[in-house]
Structure formats: structure tokens, C-alpha cells
Design a protein around this ligand. Structure first.
Ligand SMILES: *Cc1c(COP(=O)(O)O)cnc(C)c1O
Length: 408
């Protein structure tokens, strides 16, 4: 990274003049924290007492036998508090907010997972919390909105534009401009203006640091390949950082949706027609039309349904350090079903993309090779979405009967 926050030609900071001082304050706070050896220990202590760090790695013996190729290991980020790797980032930023002496946090959320994680952190640290969410998403994600409100957050439905994530991002920036003295914007993934890509990746690197040590301890060597799903790119950056300097192939799996050829997907780095652009404060590959208008994206996994991608991953795409693939909704549902059935482990739909990408290749590898899959989150909390994805008739009946109770 250079001093302007560029990773190769990607990244940077494109922000309104009024926010410059706030970003500089954040830069300074992040720099100090990186240089303070006590900070990382404070972070690890928090994560090992409030979340579930170190998260284990699990040898997927049955899947390995079933697929008949490489030995498969799973890094269990699903065992974090609130059910995903997002806890690593929000709790880290919580400690940062405390150091900066601010009293309020804001965030934007699409599917609601980052909103729940942020509201949880705010409850724990006693911070005021406002979550911006597109009106459409508020309607779609009631269970997450329910928890944010119970956790004490104010959820603001955004009714501008197309009433989804990108509109919520605009509103969150507007709030920040008005309240920057008291407020920190908790960015949810390794995207956005500098220093957020580096900051979020820093907290998520705990995944890779642990995983490298755990693989050496349990297998005596490093894995041959590491797979992670890629939405904004934070869980992928997290695990990849543990193996960056090693002779380990890193594979990012994006949301192929209904298939790249249908245009209904969120593939930006694997074969796709995404192009370089500047939006939401940073420069990266975006799914946009010729006029630079952001396109609609689609994925069965709400957390991967995003038009931009981490500038750090864009630079690794260009340097060839990370290979990018995609998996379709159908492949993902199948991989999820197989993992549940064979291992009794329930990946989130997002994470199941990494499993689908890995399963496709595992059987072509030899049984003395090792692959490691990052299970970014757990699926059982997403029962509404997953039951829909499985098109389960008994679940549909249950929902109908439940709804009828309220009508009566
Ligand atoms: C939010 C989310 C993702 C996508 O975010 P990244 O920043 O790409 O990691 C992936 N998996 C789960 C379980 C999530 O909740």
C-alpha cells in the first residue's frame, strides 16, 4: 500500500472535503494502534473472552472420503459470536472507537448481518448506534432488524434511490458529515475509502494468523490451497493474509448467481465484464454500465450481493497472487446440502460458495494434498433464506400457518 492508500492502481480515498479531517484522525488512530504491541493482545483477549477465538479448524473426514481427492479442512469462523467473521472487524473497530473517545457509531447494512454485529458491539461498549438500511432490505430482513432493535440500535429505513444497500451507504456518509465529532462509521468490509480496506483487513488477519499455526500443528505442513468466498472481500483477506508469503494457492470464490452469462450475478474478478471505476469513495472493479451506473447484482447469498470489491483483492487479481472463481446459486445450495449431510456443519450461503469452489477441484487433487476452506459464517441463523433456497414445502406450510395465527 502506498501513502495514499493505493494497492497498485486500486483503492485511494475519494471523499467530500468536509470529511478529510475525520479520515486523517482515523488514519492517525489506526497507525498508532498498529504500532502499539499491547493493542493486538488487547484485541485477542477481547475476542477470546467475548467471541470464540481461536476458532478451531475441523478435518472434514467424511467430505474428504466422499469426494476422493485432497484432504479438506475447515476454518470455523461460524463459531464466532453473532455467527460470522464480521465479529472480528466490529469488535476491533469498537476498541478503536474507545481509543478515539467517540460515543456513537453508525453503519450501513444490506442483509442486516453487519448491522447486527455492529449493534452487538455498541451494546457491549455502551455506544449509541444508528444503522442505515434500504427500505427494501428492512422489509426483507425482519429477523435481523428485530435483533438490531433489541440490541438498542436505531434502524433508519432509507427510502431514497432504489432503497437498497448503496442508498444506505450514501445516508451513512451524510450522517457522518453532520456528526463527525462524536461518531465513527463502522465500515463492514475491506472496501471503501482508505484506510478502511487496510483497517478491516488488519482485524480480519486474525483468521489467517490462527489458521496457519493450526494447520502446521495438526498436519505438520501448510495447505496447498485456501478457499474463501468474496463479497466485499474481508473474510478472504482475513484468511489469505496468513499464507501470503507462502507457496500456497489462494482462491477467492464469487457469487455466480444464475450464471455469469445471464447478467444476474455478483462476479467482479473471476471472468466477468466488471470494469474499473470510482464509486463509494474508492477505486476498484465495479459492475457498472457504460455510463458508470451501478448494475443490479444477484446472489442467493445476500452478503455477496455487492457491486464493488476490495481494492486489495483487485490488486491481487492483477498480480495473479489470488485466483478467482465463481459458483452459481444452484452449485452453492448443493454444496451446502452436502456439507450439512456429511459433516453436520452448517455453512452460511455466503460461505457455501467457498465450499462449492473447493469441492469442484478437490476430487482432481491427490490425497496427499490439503485444502483449507474458510467457513465465514453459520447458516442456521439464516433459516428463512436457506429454507427458501431449498424450496422446502414443509417450511412453507409452517410459515403459512404462522401467518394465519396473526390474521385470526
Ligand atoms: C457478510 C458476509 C460475507 C461477505 O463479506 P466479506 O467481506 O466478503 O467477507 C461472507 N460470509 C458471511 C457469513 C457473511 O456474513
Amino acid at each position: 500500500m502506498d501513502s495514499q492508500g493505493y494497492f497498485g492502481r486500486f483503492g485511494g480515498r475519494f471523499i467530500p472535503e468536509v470529511l478529510v479531517a475525520t479520515f486523517e484522525e482515523l488514519d492517525r488512530a489506526f497507525d498508532e494502534l498498529k504500532r502499539d504491541p499491547a493493542f493486538w493482545q488487547e484485541y485477542v483477549d477481547l475476542m477470546s473472552t467475548y467471541s470464540c477465538r481461536p476458532t478451531p479448524i475441523t478435518y472434514a473426514e467424511n467430505l474428504t472420503r466422499h469426494l476422493g481427492g485432497a484432504r479438506i479442512y475447515i476454518k470455523r469462523e461460524d463459531l464466532n459470536h453473532t455467527g460470522a467473521h464480521k465479529a472480528n472487524n466490529v469488535m476491533g473497530q469498537g476498541l478503536l472507537v474507545r481509543r478515539m473517545g467517540k460515543s456513537r457509531v453508525i453503519a450501513e447494512t444490506g442483509a442486516g448481518q453487519h448491522g447486527v454485529a455492529t449493534a452487538t458491539m455498541a451494546a457491549k461498549f455502551g455506544l449509541e448506534c444508528t444503522i442505515y438500511m434500504g427500505e427494501v432490505d428492512v422489509e426483507r430482513q425482519r429477523p435481523n432488524v428485530f435483533w438490531m432493535e433489541r440490541l438498542g440500535a436505531t434502524v433508519v429505513p432509507v427510502d431514497t434511490g432504489t432503497r437498497i444497500l448503496k442508498d444506505a451507504i450514501n445516508e451513512a456518509f451524510r450522517d457522518w458529515v453532520a456528526n463527525m465529532d462524536t461518531t465513527h462509521y463502522v465500515f463492514g468490509t475491506a472496501c471503501g475509502p482508505h484506510p478502511f480496506p487496510a483497517l478491516v483487513s488488519y482485524f480480519q488477519s486474525i483468521i489467517g494468523v490462527e489458521a496457519r499455526e493450526q494447520m502446521l500443528k495438526s498436519t505438520g505442513r501448510l495447505p496447498d490451497r485456501v478457499y474463501a468466498c468474496v463479497g466485499g472481500g474481508s473474510n478472504a483477506m482475513g484468511i489469505f493474509q496468513g499464507f501470503m508469503q507462502d507457496d500456497v494457492e489462494l482462491v477467492g470464490v464469487e457469487a455466480g448467481g444464475h450464471g455469469v452469462e445471464t447478467g444476474e450475478h455478483a462476479v467482479r474478478l473471476a471472468a466477468s465484464d466488471a470494469s474499473l471505476g470510482v464509486a463509494q469513495g474508492y477505486k476498484t472493479f465495479f459492475l457498472q454500465d457504460e455510463d458508470g451506473q451501478m448494475r443490479e447484482t444477484h446472489s442467493v447469498a445476500a452478503g455477496l450481493d455487492y457491486v464493488g470489491v476490495s481494492p486489495i483483492l483487485s490488486s491481487f487479481k492483477e498480480s495473479g497472487r489470488v485466483r478467482f472463481e465463481s459458483a452459481t446459486d444452484a452449485e452453492v445450495v448443493e454444496a451446502l446440502a452436502l456439507t450439512v449431510r456429511k459433516e453436520g456443519v452448517i455453512p452460511a450461503l455466503e460461505s457455501a460458495h467457498a465450499f462449492a469452489g473447493a469441492f469442484r477441484e478437490a476430487s482432481q487433487m491427490s490425497n496427499d494434498e490439503i485444502i483449507l476452506i474458510n467457513q465465514s459464517g453459520r447458516g442456521d441463523k439464516d433459516i428463512f433464506t436457506i429454507a427458501d433456497a431449498f424450496d422446502d414445502p414443509k417450511w412453507r406450510d409452517f410459515i403459512r400457518r404462522k401467518a394465519a395465527q396473526y390474521d385470526a
